[in-house]
Design a binder for this molecule. Structure first.
Ligand code: FES
Ligand SMILES: [Fe+2]
Length: 324
């Protein structure tokens, strides 16, 4: 462990909803092993279509349920000796035993499937969710084009990604995006943090886009950005820690199918969004964390952001104080 991580107040993982997969990525009967929050998990969809997340290791003799586990109805059957666990993680069947040991269960994680995404609730205190991911009206709006998805593993702690919300100074050097003076603002209310900006972008793939955007974090790791420029675009980005140094970022984008919105324009917009993100990634993968950055008057409210963000790393009983 380096000096840097020893003093890092963001060690461990935040409390909140984290995106594991887009709904389309998980068919009924499918079982997926996944490492998140430095823990082995198994994600599966039952025959009736419910997404479930359990701790991965079977309490019998330690097999990983995600490697060879099979769905049977609403439960998962361990590949080693065929013990069956239901969606709550309780062992409900042992084919060769008369009695099921009362302690035979694995931990079950709260899951929320919304807006075509599967979220899991992570909380070191193991308490139940106290808020939900809101419905996204553009998600099933027929006027919006089919969503396009991608994912990207990034070598960075999550704070670097989320802190972008408050970073007014990086738009010009990193994105060649020029904010209209005075248009950048942040608001922080409860678990919601929001950035508004008006700017002129000169994207990687050419052109000039004047736009107005509202980017909203619901909790520490799920962000929805609505951009009004030549068209109306909605971008989802959600990052989920794999371990202390790596996150998996999933990215979804759609545009309103307005008149004059050609396939070419949509591709252009999507390429710009993705490559704009990659410009940030290069910085994130190589930067270090500074507990006391030396800030200047043109920077965004980094301190305010960190106070807000600290609520997700603080015991729930003290989270409200941390957010103030
Ligand atoms: S290890 Fe899972 S049933 Fe034996
Ligand atoms: Fe950025």
């Amino acid at each position: 462990m380096t000096e840097e991580t020893k003093t890092n107040p963001w060690a461990g993982f935040a409390r909140g909803w984290f995106l594991l997969m887009f709904s389309d990525e998980l068919e009924p009967g499918q079982v997926v092993p996944m490492k998140r929050f430095d823990q082995e998990l198994v994600l599966f969809r039952t025959d009736s279509g419910e997404a479930k997340v359990l701790d991965a290791y079977c309490p019998h003799m330690g097999a990983h349920l995600g490697h060879g586990g099979k769905i049977e109805g609403e439960g998962i059957v361990c590949p080693f000796h065929a013990w069956k666990f239901d969606g709550t993680g309780k062992c409900v069947e042992i084919p060769y035993a008369k009695r099921i040991p009362p302690k035979a269960s694995v931990a079950c994680w709260p899951v929320l499937e919304r807006n075509g995404m599967i979220f899991v609730w992570h909380d070191r205190e193991k308490s139940q969710p106290d808020w939900e991911i809101p419905a996204l009206e553009e998600w099933d709006d027929a006027e919006f084009l089919p969503w396009r998805y991608s994912k990207l593993q990034i070598k960075t702690p999550p704070l670097a990604i989320a802190e972008n919300l408050a970073d007014a100074g990086h738009f010009i050097p990193v994105h060649n995006t020029h904010p209209i003076p005075g248009s950048f603002s942040n608001t922080y209310t409860g678990h919601v943090g929001q950035q508004k900006i008006k700017a002129v972008a000169y994207p990687v793939h050419g052109g000039k886009d004047e736009f107005e955007s509202t980017a909203t974090y619901y909790g520490p790791a799920y962000q929805v950005t609505k951009m009004h420029g030549k068209g109306l675009g909605v971008i989802i980005n959600a990052h989920t820690p794999i371990d202390d140094d790596n996150v998996m970022l999933r990215f979804g984008v759609s545009m309103k199918a307005t008149e004059g919105m050609t396939d070419e324009l949509i591709d252009h917009f999507i390429d710009n969004m993705r490559d704009g993100y990659l410009q940030d990634v290069q910085i994130w993968e190589n930067k270090i964390y500074l507990d006391r950055p030396i800030l200047c008057d043109g920077d965004g409210p980094i301190g305010e952001f960190r106070r807000w963000y600290s609520q997700f790393y603080t015991p729930r009983s003290k989270a409200a104080d941390a957010a103030e």
